[in-house]
Design a binder for this molecule. Structure first.
Ligand SMILES: [Zn+2]
Length: 497
């Protein structure tokens, strides 16, 4: 036999498309060619594979070796094809029986001495393989990450020689250590935040319905501290959500340290690529690492307008599509946006202690740095003011995050039972169905829409927030009380005159 096919997967977001690695040995002058749109790292795999085979005491065929990575129009990068190429050569040259790799997919980089190395994106590949009911052949280092994938079947080893022994059935596969992250929280406890009753209540509503929230106020009033409380009151991620988060981290070559909803707080100097993903070697950005959790943007107006505008699409669709030269890559990015900003450049507009030094024009242009369409997607807008010294010491007895989380979990359960999604995702007719209200409520909405000049989008936002307030209170319909409270969480961003 001079020909072998080994299945593998390319690194293209969470999609991980299938790649057939075809190896052909033919007569002629000894040569080693890789075709099928290989990027530099894949072209270099020739040298790694040759050394790894020789150092693992295999024979490197002294013939003309052609490796084709199909489909040819799919770009392929990284060292992930080292292992399938090496195994393909072993099968084609008869050093490994052809049926050893039946219904298997292989992924892994080889060191020159034959050691198997983990590669980015293995979790996504293993998820796709388990859906196709194929077993995964990979480095032991990656196996512990993939263990929690339901229905996954893996064969792993630390080096090429022992992997081949396992594949021939001559050795037992090594034990895989579980790498389950501990379910602890690094979030600030709400009980540690003194006073701030209205912002705390807004946080609870935001957590309950998955709403976006803007906190406005002078510096030093604890806006970041409040935002940092949010992961602690959100419902813990379920197994499926958690697996997606692990797969996204793995695409960046990282592992989440603890099992809680993400809290990502990129600096305002972060580039658009760092924020939404991309770069020469495509990688998920902060918004995808925040998938299922919180993206916190402190000093919102300081972010580049371009970067902020790129958030609009994922805020609507829950994913980001990045166009590349020859393909498009999709990363999940359903995050909850929490933003904090000062009311003006000096920060003290509307403050009770320090006077604001900014001109009206400065204040206007500061607020204008954040685009209207982005602000339009912020469901709740809350002002955070300085707490009186008296209140600072009366913080004892403030509610613990665990109690608030209990209410949030109950409210989420109501939402999923009723409409199969969180309130923040309600659109169109589903929104109107879920937010059934009586004649009195309708009159209130019409009156407010007229008085406050609310757009249709703003009315929808109001309804969604009111729905979450009603869910927290355990009410089936949206009441006047809920609507009135929802109305109070808006319009803090109009520049102070
Ligand atoms: Zn000012």
């Amino acid at each position: 036999m001079n020909y072998a096919v080994v299945l593998s997967r390319a690194n293209q977001g969470l999609d991980a498309p299938l790649v057939r690695v075809e190896v052909h040995l033919s007569n002629g002058l000894p040569a080693f060619t890789v075709v099928g749109m290989p990027e530099t790292a894949v072209r270099e795999s020739k040298d790694r594979v040759r050394s790894a085979l020789l150092n693992s005491h295999f024979e490197f065929p002294d013939r003309r070796i052609t490796v084709n990575l199909a489909p040819a129009d799919l770009p392929k990068g990284g060292g992930r094809f080292d292992l399938p190429i090496a195994l393909g050569i072993l099968c084609a040259s008869g050093q490994l029986p052809g049926d050893a790799l039946l219904s298997s997919e292989c992924i892994g980089e080889l060191a020159l001495d034959g050691t198997l190395r983990a590669v980015r994106g293995t979790v996504a590949a293993a998820m796709a393989a388990s859906q196709c009911k194929r077993r995964m052949v990979l480095a032991q280092e990656s196996a512990s990450l993939c263990q929690s994938i339901p229905g996954t079947h893996m064969v792993c080893a630390t080096d090429l020689l022992s992997l081949c022994a396992v594949l021939r059935g001559r050795a037992d596969p090594p034990e895989v250590e579980s790498m389950e992250a501990p379910p602890v929280t690094t979030a600030t406890n709400l009980a540690e935040v003194c006073g701030q009753h209205i912002p705390k209540r807004a946080l609870e509503i935001a957590a309950s319905g998955g709403h976006n929230l803007v906190l406005t106020g002078p510096p030093g009033t604890g806006k970041s501290l409040l935002a940092n409380c949010l992961p602690g009151i959100l419902p813990p991620p379920d197994d499926r959500e958690w697996l997606t988060v692990c797969a996204l981290y793995d695409l960046q070559g990282k592992i989440p340290e603890i099992r809680q909803r993400a809290f990502r707080a990129p600096h305002h100097s972060a580039s658009a690529a760092a924020l939404v993903g991309g770069g020469p070697i495509p990688m998920p950005g902060e918004i995808s690492l925040a998938h299922g959790g919180v993206l916190f943007l402190d000093e919102l107006p300081e972010f580049s307008r371009h970067a902020l505008d790129m958030l609009r699409e994922p805020l609507e669709t829950g994913e980001i599509r990045l166009a590349r030269a020859n393909c498009s890559i999709r990363y999940p990015a359903r995050f909850q946006l929490i933003a904090a900003m000062n009311p003006c450049p000096c920060g003290y507009a509307g403050d009770s202690e320090k006077p604001c030094k900014c001109s009206a024009a400065q204040r206007l242009s500061y607020g204008g740095r954040v685009s209207g369409p982005l602000l339009d997607r912020m469901d709740l807008q809350v002002r955070v003011d300085r707490e009186d010294a008296v209140d600072l010491f009366s913080g004892h007895g403030a509610e613990d995050s665990v109690i608030v989380q209990g209410r949030v979990v109950q409210s989420r359960e109501r939402q999923f039972k009723r409409q199969g999604t969180s309130n923040a995702q309600l659109r169109g007719s589903a929104l109107l169905d879920s937010c059934a209200c009586g004649p009195e409520e309708r009159r209130l909405i019409q009156r407010s829409a007229k008085q406050l000049k609310l757009s249709a989008r703003a009315v929808h936002r109001l309804l969604r927030v009111a729905r979450s307030i009603a869910d927290l209170r355990g009410e089936d319909t949206v009441t006047v009380t809920a609507l009135k409270e929802a109305l109070s969480y808006r319009d803090t961003l109009r520049p102070t005159q």
